[in-house]
Design a protein around this ligand. Structure first.
Ligand SMILES: Nc1ncnc2c1ncn2[C@@H]1O[C@H](COP(=O)(O)OP(=O)(O)OP(=O)(O)O)[C@@H](O)[C@H]1O
Length: 911
């Protein structure tokens, strides 16, 4: 076969071509054993078993049934075209041309992995093939023109749409592969869309329905507009057209990035070749066989333009184009009563010429999301969907008319790309969303293909709902119309792996057959009915009828079955459902059993593993801690032995120094030595004395404590008791005893102090006697505290004494009054008690002896050292005014001890 379209980018060698032929043949002879991995994968649309499928009926409005016109589309495969874009200068300089893309013939493409590609690396490891062969409806090489492409793809579609069909054309490919160029064109190279618009309006010359009172809504409905709504529609339309004119005049005809250099429609019209103008004559339209337009029908053309950006739908014909993308209103997808999806609140604009339509495209294009990426300076970051909806109107039929609609949708998909190539976060997010929606499209197509090639099996769920893109295109895959795909590839070696993926996806699409998914279900039902028939030995009338109608039902039209057959079908289906349910229950039970046993195994393995790990961990930890303990022991031993050694050395040094000193003192002065002997013994005796003193001090302290307690008790008794006779005696006795004790204590203290002083004198001479000195200071502090306590005790005693004195006076007075008054016990006691109560006893005498005890002596007693003279004077004065009994008491009181403060002063002065 002549390779009219063979690529200039490296033709495969003879050897390779031979290999390709061989592999292709091997692929066709399925079932042959393949001893080795094929060096080439062959993906071609081979669907021999699916030849009986018919073209679906056209989706209709108001029950108007229109079968596929001219039988076209019946058992037809989905058309997939391939377009290879030429390399640009920069790419040539980068040596991107490595012969990896080769066109074998009009339908076959051969891909050969370049050295640096991932595919080649995996092929070298024997995982995949390095050569791939693909078949397409038609391949357009780098030199093909826009017109050639239009002729083969869009031209026929435009005719079909005018006949009432729905058609979809979408471009698919890696980013920067020429999708937008194919759809819209560039400069004077108008793309498929402007050509289609120009062709459409030329065909409809004189057949346009200019009124705006009918508008397409929802999935495929038409609504009659009120006059006010008509006005609103006109305003919207005019504003969009005016806006485009204003922008064009402001730019002075120059192109900018956002309009991609689109040419004006007049250029496009001149580019349309004569072949297309054959259809322009109304006569030729009506007499051109299957391509004639219906008599008396006028056509109202409406267009819409929206994009799917990051899984959000945006109206590109929104009246406020100046709004920022993030502020744009998102459109919602809804379902009509039959469950058909449609874009809610989408703007539809009526257009009356190709120029107007093109202006609307340009206005929408300005709102579209483009960005500069790693690969493409002006990359589409969204899937854009441009729809032309045609209302087939019969104006003579008035309000009774049934309006038919047909639609031509052109979808420019965003390019698939590797996310890692994107350095910008926003671009990466876009790439993610683009890839996800394209992947979903691929999954939908794969599921559709599976359902078509496995008719007798239950159909797979087609995941249309998984992305917005597949949801809006769902109708075209499920019987609403037919779709065609243009796969764009870029022959650059650096993006070979991405190109291969895109081609693999498109290869699946080439195996698709137009047809609604419901057809598969019908075929499935019919197969069940056939099975039922063979099972049914008697063979009912219904089955016979069904056999008669088999030719019809093979077409998938279940409505051709009669009621009985349908009822039987329902029964069969019910039984099938039951059977499948039971089958699934059994399957579920066995799966559960398997899962449980596997889980048990896994758990036991995990348990074993855990216990082993635990044991190992324990052993390890034990070992580690044993090591640590041993280390610690070693270090402690070392440390303490070191310490001991140091101390021994110190002791040795000290004893040596002592001995040396002793020896020195002995040799230097003999008389001195004589004196030293007793001194040393004195020192030793002082130390023993010091210990003794301490114990004595403790004893004294304890004794003092008990005495204090006794005194307190006594005082309380004195306060509580009303009678003074026996109590005074007892108190005197106690006081005497206390004073004796005190005296003894004072003496003891005196002695102790002297001992201490002598001890201090002895100790302070000893070299290194710091410790002893500190002990003495502490003992001295203790003594001071004892003194303090003694002082307090003395003060307390003074107070007790004063109280006793007062009581004695009162007693004496009472006695005196009793002696003076007549012997009336009642009066005497009354006076006595009243005097006592008022304190008359204290006020009666004006001598000092009778004065009540005041706080002054107490304070004075607190500071004996500062006011000794005054104290003793006061004491003398007191003694002079004392009662005999008090004088006796006072005489027993010991002389004031030496000032407790003076001793520490002296001691401290020493150190
Ligand atoms: N057949 C062709 N002939 C000449 N130039 C082409 C052809 N196809 C594409 N180009 C050029 O290649 C570049 C990329 O094309 P285009 O923007 O259409 O790619 P794309 O696939 O739409 O990219 P993206 O997915 O990133 O939007 C453009 O400069 C375009 O003019």
């Amino acid at each position: 076969m002549a390779l009219a379209l063979s690529s200039p980018y490296g033709c495969p060698s003879d050897e390779e071509e031979e290999m390709a032929v061989f592999e292709s043949t091997a692929a066709e002879h399925r079932g042959l054993a393949r001893p080795r991995l094929p060096e080439m994968s062959v993906i071609s649309p081979v669907l021999d078993t699916w030849t009986t499928i018919t073209q679906p009926t056209l989706a209709v409005k108001s029950g108007l049934v229109r079968k596929g016109s001219n039988g076209e589309g019946n058992n037809e495969k989905v058309k997939v075209y391939l377009r290879i874009r030429p390399l640009c200068e920069v790419e040539r300089e980068r040596e991107e041309e490595q012969g990896c893309v080769a066109v074998q013939d009009e339908e076959t493409l051969l891909l050969k992995a370049p050295k640096e590609s991932q595919n080649m690396r995996t092929a070298e490891r024997g995982i995949t093939q390095s050569m791939h062969k693909f078949s397409f409806t038609k391949i357009f090489g780098p030199k093909s023109t826009q017109q050639q492409l239009y002729e083969s793809t869009m031209k026929e579609m435009v005719k079909d749409v005018l006949q009432g069909e729905n058609r979809l054309l979408y471009t698919y490919g890696v980013t920067n592969s020429g999708k937008t160029y194919t759809i819209q064109g560039s400069g004077r190279e108008a793309g498929l869309l402007p050509r289609a618009l120009a062709s459409l309006f030329r065909k409809l010359q004189g057949r346009l329905y200019d009124a705006v009172d009918l508008k397409p809504v929802m999935y495929q409905d038409v609504r009659q507009l009120q006059p006010s709504e008509v006005r609103a529609e006109e305003i919207r339309r005019n504003s969009l057209l005016k806006e485009d004119e204003n922008l064009s005049s402001r730019r002075g005809g120059t192109t900018t990035v956002w309009d991609s250099g689109l040419s004006s429609m007049s250029d496009v019209v001149t580019q349309l070749e004569d072949t297309d103008s054959v259809c322009l004559e109304p006569d030729s339209l009506s007499h051109s066989g299957g391509h004639d337009l219906e008599e008396g029908v006028q056509f109202s053309i409406w267009v819409s333009f929206y994009e799917i950006y990051n899984e959000f739908l945006y109206d590109l014909l929104d009246a406020s184009p100046s709004l920022q993308p993030r502020k744009r209103v998102t459109l919602r997808l809804s379902d009509d009563k039959q469950g058909n999806p449609y874009v809610k609140d989408l703007t539809w604009i009526q257009v009356r010429s190709a120029e107007e339509a093109w202006k609307i495209v340009r206005a929408g294009h300005r709102n579209q999301s483009f960005a500069s990426t790693h690969f493409n300076q002006n990359s589409s970051r969204s899937h854009s969907v441009f729809s032309v909806r045609i209302l087939h109107v019969r104006p003579e039929a008035g309000s009774d008319q049934t309006i038919h609609t047909s639609e031509l949708t052109v979808c420019d998909l965003a390019g698939s790309e590797r996310c890692k190539d994107q350095r910008n976060g926003e671009r990466m997010k876009e790439a993610n969303n683009i890839n996800t929606s394209l992947l979903t499209l691929g999954r939908c197509i794969a599921a559709l293909r599976h359902n078509q090639s496995n008719r007798s099996r239950p159909p797979q769920v087609v995941p249309f709902r998984d992305s917005k893109l597949t949801r809006v295109l769902q109708g075209f895959f499920c019987g609403r119309g037919t779709s065609s795909m243009v796969v764009n590839i870029n022959p650059c070696a650096s993006i070979y792996d991405e190109t291969l993926q895109a081609l693999k996806f498109s290869a699946i699409a080439t195996q698709l057959v137009h047809g609604p998914s419901s057809k598969t279900r019908v075929a499935y039902i019919l197969s069940l009915l056939r099975e039922q028939k063979t099972e049914n030995e008697n063979g009912s009338m219904v089955v016979e009828e069904e056999e008669e109608d088999e030719s019809d039902v093979e077409d998938g039209d279940i409505t051709m079955l009669n009621t009985e057959a349908l009822l039987q079908a329902i029964d069969v289906l019910k039984r099938e459902v039951q059977r499948q349910r039971e089958e699934k229950e059994v399957l579920e039970a066995s799966v559960r059993e398997q899962v449980v046993s596997e889980m048990m195994e896994v758990i036991s393995r995990m348990q074993e593993g855990f216990s082993e790990t635990l044991e190992a961990e324990r052993a390890l930890i034990e070992e580690r801690y044993e090591e640590k303990i041993a280390n610690l022991q070693k270090h402690l031993k070392k440390f303490y032995s070191q310490e001991l050694k140091e101390r021994d050395q110190e002791i040795e040094a000290l004893s040596a120094a002592l001995e040396k000193k002793e020896a020195e003192s002995i040799t230097l002065s003999a008389p001195q030595a004589e004196c030293e002997g007793p001194r040393r013994s004195q020192r030793l005796s002082t130390q023993t004395k010091h210990g003794r003193v301490n114990t004595e001090l403790d004893q004294c302290r304890a004794e003092l404590l008990t005495k204090t307690q006794e005194l307190k008790k006594l005082k309380m008794e004195l306060e509580v008791s009303g009678s003074t006779g026996n109590f005074t005696g007892a108190a005197e006795r106690k006081l005497e005893e206390g004073q004796r004790n005190l005296r003894q204590l004072c003496l003891d203290l005196q002695r102790l102090r002297l001992d201490l002083q002598s001890g201090e004198r002895a100790c302070c001479r000893i070299t290194g006697g710091e410790k002893l000195r500190q002990a003495i200071v502490a003992a001295h502090d203790t003594l001071l505290k004892q003194d303090q306590i003694l002082m307090e005790l003395r003060n307390s005693l003074m107070l007790v004494k004063a109280d006793l004195r007062r009581k004695e006076e009162t007693l004496a007075k009472t006695e005196a009054m009793q002696a003076q008054l007549p012997p009336s016990g009642f009066a005497a006691s009354t006076i006595s008690s009243s005097c006592k109560k008022r304190g008359c006893g204290a006020a009666a005498g004006n001598d000092t002896e009778n004065r009540p005890p005041v706080k002054r002596p107490f304070f004075q007693s607190l500071f004996p050292i500062h006011t000794p003279t005054r104290k003793y004077n006061t004491r003398a004065a007191e003694e002079s005014n004392m009662t005999p009994s008090l004088q006796i008491l006072r005489s027993r009181q010991p002389s004031p001890p030496p000032s407790p403060v003076s001793t520490p002063r002296i001691l401290r002065g020493k150190y």
